[in-house]
Design a protein around this ligand. Structure first.
Ligand code: PMP
Length: 287
């Protein structure tokens, strides 16, 4: 079944959707994106994603072509038209398609941004079999640019990292800079020792995950200790548990780091509990 996607004000079948070859998203990765998950046909933490989108845009001197209310309507319309029960909505805004390729930004009044949204159905997102066994990660050097707090579409190195992990027989990679873990290729990274959860503090070095913010709130409400600081891969290997968070994986256990099993090699109690709470609360608050 062909999807209906959204491109610059129109809902069109996916094979009819078109973006210019001059689009700066295509030529220069000059664009930002968001991924919002869908549970029970509703959007999880739309407000958080919309707020981060506004911030990413303003950091790059761009403006959304539509209001937040309109964005919410477009998200809902796409979910309905494509009958998505569990899955995600992908949104991308680029600096548009000026007639000539030029490093300088085009005049924002003359060249309107490109807005594209599409859905991906992922049945079994909440009741994921992988979450029952956990994932394996490897560590790799973090050689991305210095503004990882902006959610740009420059995803080549994270893609390469994912491929390095696959080649090593693992599922994902945690990136390390100056000896400290920054984050996963497309997720935030956490370790757990006893009842204490440690995850890197916010800054330009990592993306402020929307799932991260919710999970840290739920952890505090459940009387778990939370420490926001950098940690090394050696500290992670010695931890009782580890996990990642993102909009599409929620809370996902990590059971092995660079071949070293954590604890007994199975998802731990803190991680399992946090996944349960996150999914339950997200379902309740979804719009
Ligand atoms: N860090 C990076 C580098 C990511 O790409 C993502 C997900 N896109 C995250 C963290 C998690 O963010 P969120 O919880 O908002 O999906």
């Amino acid at each position: 079944m062909s999807r209906i996607v959204y491109v610059n004000g129109e809902y069109v079948p996916e094979h009819e959707a078109k973006v210019s070859v001059f689009d700066r998203g295509f030529l220069m990765a000059d664009g930002v994106y968001e991924v919002t998950s869908v549970l029970d046909g509703k959007l999880v933490d739309f407000a958080g994603h919309a707020a981060r989108l506004d911030r990413s845009l303003s950091e790059l001197g761009m403006e959304s072509p539509v209001s937040t209310d309109e964005l919410l309507s477009i998200h809902r319309e796409l979910v309905a038209r494509n009958a998505v029960e569990e899955g995600m909505v992908y949104l991308q805004i680029t600096r548009g398609a000026p007639p000539e390729r030029d490093f300088a930004f085009p005049d924002p009044v003359a060249i309107r941004p490109t807005l594209v949204l599409f859905t991906q159905a992922k049945p079994g997102l909440a009741d994921s079999p992988v979450a029952k066994t956990g994932i394996k990660v490897i560590s790799i050097e973090d050689i991305r640019w210095g503004r990882r707090d902006i959610k740009t579409v420059q995803l080549l190195y994270p893609s390469m990292g994912k491929m390095m992990a696959k080649k090593a027989g693992a599922d994902d990679a945690w990136m390390v800079e100056d000896g400290m873990v920054t984050e996963g290729t497309s997720n935030n990274a956490y370790i757990v020792t006893g009842n204490r959860i440690v995850t890197r503090h916010l800054g330009n070095e990592i993306l402020a995950g929307i799932t991260r913010a919710a999970v840290l709130r739920f952890a505090a409400e459940a009387q778990m200790e939370v420490e926001e600081r950098a940690f090394t891969i050696d500290e992670a290997k010695a931890a009782d548990e580890a996990f990642i968070t993102s909009a599409t994986t929620f809370v996902m256990p990590v059971v092995q780091i660079d071949g070293v099993p954590l604890g007994d090699g199975a998802p731990g109690p803190v991680t399992r509990r946090l996944r349960e709470i996150y999914i339950e609360e997200s379902r309740k608050a979804a719009v």
